[in-house]
Design a protein around this ligand. Structure first.
Ligand SMILES: [Zn+2]
Length: 432
């Protein structure tokens, strides 16, 4: 290092880089010694064969390379073989050090996963080299982040199942939470061609390029601002999602709502568009909820209705303004009464407009926007729309990306847990 320092002369940056390299190298050596000490220690309990459950036999030390936050290092640890069934090998020290099946240290895995939830694997490798002085390949970063994502998914799934089968609180339990909101939406993720075989899509030739990820969020609201508008409780939003069938997603979002205290809320609100899958899911899992169709989706339906009914742009604009006003008041019947007589007498004509009117008629109780506002409720599902962009789009829909369903789900799990502020919770239970 002395030579490096002399060469560096007065270049402070070169000096600090050289010192960092030296400190890391010394640290890596210390880490290797520590790991070797663990590797040499006599296990406190007999090492049993996972296969035949008989006592395994120590067969001497084995050396192994490890990449850590301090850079590459090496250590030795005792290997155990089963003399009876000869089917298994164990390294008790690796188990204690949490490096079974991986030559990347826990600290490095944690940082790689956190970065991998935010940026492309290529960028992860670059940032680790630049910021931490650790060399990792792009593929390596991908493997590590996906392994952590997979582990998080498994952990979260176990938690969800526990929630599902936990007994519901007694009905007389006092409700302490004001309002719990549940929102959900779908967003397409670009996938590799083999994930699309036999699926219909929106491309001109009927093929698909994406698979739909379903994303849900839960947040709470306690107070109103000075103008009586609802305020989302700070840091109360959590996300969950995956590319999966509606039935599975239903249980997923239900479990998340349970975790967040579904039965402790005085009011439960589901805010979403009126997609068929959402409707079914809400009927099954959240029959107690106040259902609100996102105000902006409803406005968009009225916009379509006006374009179906009128040719002249002034007329479209006039009725749009008028009906949007009625919508804001929740006067759906008035819109129906005004629009109905404008349809052609031919029952097969104006099909698109008839569809919009049926939509309004079928969902009118979920569009009483004035009443909802008076109750101090949110009427727009902006949180989940921002969530789709932020949780999914930003990381999984960059140009040129193509995911496998499995790979995408691991990263979605990683991002949902990270952006819900649960990464530390996961990591701590993992160590325990
Ligand atoms: Zn055995």
């Amino acid at each position: 290092m002395g030579a490096a320092l002399r060469r560096a002369d007065h270049d402070l940056e070169a000096v600090e880089q050289a010192i960092r390299c030296a400190v890391l190298a010394a640290g890596a050596e210390m880490l290797g010694k520590f790991m070797s000490a663990v590797g040499k220690a006599q296990p406190k309990t007999p090492v049993l064969c996972p296969h035949c459950h008989r006592r395994m036999r120590g067969t001497g030390p084995r050396r192994r390379n490890m990449v850590s936050l301090l850079g590459p290092t090496a250590y030795t640890r005792a290997r155990y073989d089963c003399p009876f069934c000869q089917k298994s090998v164990r390294y008790p020290a690796d188990e204690a050090l949490d490096v079974v099946g991986t030559s990347r240290s826990p600290g490095l895995r944690r940082q790689t996963a956190r970065l991998g939830s935010k940026e492309t694997f290529q960028e992860v490798a670059q940032d680790l080299a630049e910021l931490a002085g650790v060399q990792l390949s792009r593929k390596d970063a991908e493997r590590i982040a996906e392994a952590v994502g997979h582990d998080i998914d498994t952990w979260d799934q176990r938690q969800r199942e526990r929630q599902r089968f936990a007994p519901a609180p007694a009905p007389e339990t006092p409700k302490t939470m004001e309002t719990l909101y549940i929102e959900m939406d779908g967003t397409g993720i670009p996938v590799v061609p083999r994930e699309l075989e036999g699926r219909k899509g929106k491309q001109a030739d009927g093929s698909a390029k994406t698979r739909e990820a379903k994303l849900g969020c839960v947040f709470t609201q306690t107070t109103l601002d000075e103008e009586g508008r609802p305020v989302r409780d700070p840091a109360s939003t959590t996300f969950t999602g995956a590319i999966e069938e509606t039935a599975l997603f239903g249980w997923r979002i239900y479990a998340e709502a349970l975790r967040r205290g579904l039965y402790g809320a005085k009011r439960v609100v589901v805010l979403a568009d009126a997609a068929e899958w959402i409707k079914k899911l809400v009927e099954l899992h959240f029959p107690m909820a106040i259902r609100i169709i996102d105000f902006y989706h409803a406005k968009e339906h009225l916009n379509h209705l006006c374009q179906d009914l009128f040719y002249k742009p002034e007329r479209v604009a006039h009725y749009r303004e008028r009906w949007w006003g009625l919508l804001a008041q929740g006067h759906i019947e008035s819109i129906l009464a005004e629009a109905g007589p404008l349809l052609s007498k031919d029952p097969n004509g104006d099909r698109s407009a008839r569809r919009e009117l049926a939509y309004l008629d079928g969902n009118k109780e979920q569009m009483r926007y004035r009443a909802f506002r008076e109750q101090g409720l949110f009427i727009g599902s902006g949180v989940i729309e921002a969530g789709c962009k932020n949780v999914i789009g930003k990381r999984l829909k960059q140009s040129g990306m193509e995911w496998t369903v499995e790979g995408a789900n691991k990263i979605i799990a990683l991002r949902c847990v990270t952006l819900s502020g649960r990464f530390n919770e996961y990591w701590e239970q993992r160590v325990a």
